[in-house]
Write a protein that binds this ligand. Structure first.
Ligand code: NDP
Length: 245
């Protein structure tokens, strides 16, 4: 197990379920101390606290809505004060939404953009002053953002913007020794994919050269790599984790 993450101070947004949950556990397993959040403090948050217990350490699961700028700032303040600063930030919290342009109204557009894009901006802006030399920001986008998909104009717009945000961020933060990268998952087995069954599921599996859907752990392992010493000269990059679509 990588030991260069031992003692690292990590904030992961949206860590109570799905990909974020695996990212949180991957850092904790490597000896990092993790703060994370879900929008709600329900069963998923409680289950994560239980699972984090096996690793020891002062991990914290907050309730914070990243679509609310004030909650982004208080989340970062709480994490950075408890940890004495941050080494790694993973902007993972996101919502997907299926609406054709005909069906899409401004409220739904804003809900998706506020969560996926503005949330990333607000959390990053608050976190950067708490990070120093060797810091790493990892933003979770989506492989479909560069391909496009029916009923996803708002979702793909929010995720494509993450690429531009990260390219510029790497240039602003680089002189302080802070790296910024994107991880773009393909089709990953989370609650979002749970409804895929039968022929539809087979069709999605066949899209990937590797013939299967991805797991949250497939994504978490790449995030952990980008946070670690092995990626010390990698910045401004996007790693697509889609099994070869
Ligand atoms: P899930 O829906 O399984 O989990 C989302 C997590 O984010 C939950 O912990 C949820 O908490 C939290 N979250 C959602 N909205 C907010 C919010 N406003 N504030 C704080 N936390 C929030 O998502 P996935 O694991 O599937 O996706 C994770 C990321 O990966 C997203 O950015 C998504 O767009 C991206 N992605 C996913 C793919 C996939 O196939 N699954 C493919 C490509 C990209 P709560 O339950 O409390 O709402």
């Amino acid at each position: 197990m990588d030991s260069d993450l031992k003692g690292k101070r990590v904030l992961v947004t949206g860590g109570t379920r799905g990909i974020g949950r695996s990212i949180v556990l991957a850092f904790a397993a490597r000896g990092a101390t993790v703060h994370t959040c879900g929008r709600s403090d329900g069963e998923a948050a409680a289950a994560l606290r239980t699972d984090l217990g096996q690793y020891g350490g002062d991990h914290v699961v907050h309730a914070a809505d990243v679509a609310d700028p004030a909650q982004c700032r208080s989340l970062v303040t709480a994490a950075a004060e408890a940890l004495g600063g941050l080494d790694v930030l993973v902007n993972n919290a996101g919502v997907v939404s299926h609406r054709t342009l005909d069906e899409l109204d401004g409220d739904e557009w804003s809900r998706v953009l506020d969560t996926n894009l503005r949330g990333t901006f607000e959390v990053t802006k608050a976190a950067l002053p708490t990070m120093g030399e060797g810091g790493s920001v990892i933003n979770i986008a989506s492989a479909v953002a560069m391909i496009g998909m029916v009923a996803r104009t708002h979702y793909t717009a929010s995720k494509a913007a993450i690429y531009g945000f990260t390219r510029s961020l790497c240039k602003e933060a680089g002189p302080r020794g802070i790296r910024a990268n994107v991880v773009a998952p393909g089709i990953i087995e989370t609650d979002q994919a749970a409804g895929l069954t039968g022929e539809v599921r087979k069709r999605y599996e066949a899209l990937a050269a590797l013939g299967r859907l991805g797991t949250p752990e497939d994504v978490a392992d790449v995030v952990v790599f980008l946070a670690g010493e092995g990626a010390r000269f990698v910045s401004g990059q996007t790693i697509v984790v889609d099994g070869g679509i």
